[in-house]
Design a protein around this ligand. Structure first.
Ligand code: SF4
Length: 292
């Protein structure tokens, strides 16, 4: 069956590429706009709007090569979905907050809003590639158009945006997508009426032993998988949106057809060369130094 939406595979690839971080075209926004609390992830406290002391005058990080060793693990996990370059180059037209300090406050307010919009673009772009969801591709395509339109609003309009309402609208579509995809996975696995694996939103699986678990088609939306043992687990077709993978052990796990996984989730987890990833994501560089 053909999909009745305007996004071809190459357009979706292009959309996805635009959601990849491009620090070269960003004014170091994540290093200024966000607040940090001193913890295992950040070596220092920093208020929102205050530049990190490691941020150089050219908006590059002075400790980029040694972030983990210097206590800035959180910086290696964070992913802005390309919101930094959009705010810097489109919303504020390439004029940075050092040259135009009068724009700084608003630029730093817009950045987290843009990040949420770009995160939704990431999920919607993926949803449009999922064949079991073809019956709602028209609605997904409209939601993608609308979200892209919102990213091009003026700074004044962006700070006034009702993100909660827009997020809820898009999330309802993503939930439908998830149900269609997981139903198909389970149908293939067990035939019609096959076993349902539902943990429910925010399932507490902290430190759980899920080694070699069959989690195909599981609903792990928002699950707390912090430090869970997922070595060798089969997560194909599982919905992983918002799941907390901090220090989860994904060595040898199969994530190839999992849905709504992000680079930040992978960056927060442990893995190795035997972890199978979805093609849109890259193997975190620090995985090779974890000493499996
Ligand atoms: S340590 Fe580097 S990457 Fe992290 S906030 Fe500071 S300048 Fe940015």
């Amino acid at each position: 069956m053909s999909d009745n939406h305007k996004y071809s595979g190459s357009l979706l690839d292009k959309s996805r590429r635009s959601l990849q971080v491009n620090c070269e075209n960003c004014f170091g926004l994540c290093c200024v706009a966000l607040s940090f609390a001193a913890s295992a992830d950040f070596a220092i406290d920093k208020d929102a709007g205050q530049p990190c002391p490691n941020l150089q005058s050219d908006f590059r990080c002075g400790v980029h090569k040694n972030l983990r060793q210097r206590g800035f693990r959180g910086c290696t996990v964070y992913d802005c979905f390309g919101a930094g370059q959009k705010v810097s180059q489109i919303t504020f037209g390439g004029l940075d907050w050092r040259k135009a300090p009068e724009t700084a406050k608003q630029m730093f307010e817009v950045f987290p809003i843009m990040r949420q919009l770009h995160e939704l673009l990431w999920y919607l772009t993926e949803a449009l590639t999922l064949k079991p969801a073809h019956s709602i591709h028209g609605e997904l395509s409209s939601a993608l158009d609308e979200t892209e339109r919102l990213t091009r609003l003026s700074p004044d309009s962006l700070v006034e945006l009702d993100m909660t309402a827009h997020w809820a609208d898009v999330n309802a579509l993503l939930l439908q997508t998830s149900e269609l995809v997981r139903a198909e996975v389970l149908r293939q696995q067990k035939g019609p009426g096959g076993r349902k694996k539902t943990y429910g939103r925010g399932a507490d699986l902290i430190g759980a032993n899920l080694r070699k678990a069959d989690l195909k088609g599981a609903n792990l939306r928002g699950a707390y998988l912090i430090a869970a043992d997922l070595r060798g687990a089969d997560l194909r077709g599982a919905d992983l949106i918002g799941a907390d993978f901090r220090d989860a052990d994904l060595r040898g796990a199969d994530l190839t057809e999992s849905i709504f996984l992000t680079q930040a989730q992978l960056n927060a987890a442990k893995g190795d060369s035997n972890t199978n990833l979805p093609p849109s994501l890259t193997r975190p560089t620090h995985w090779s130094t974890l000493g499996a």
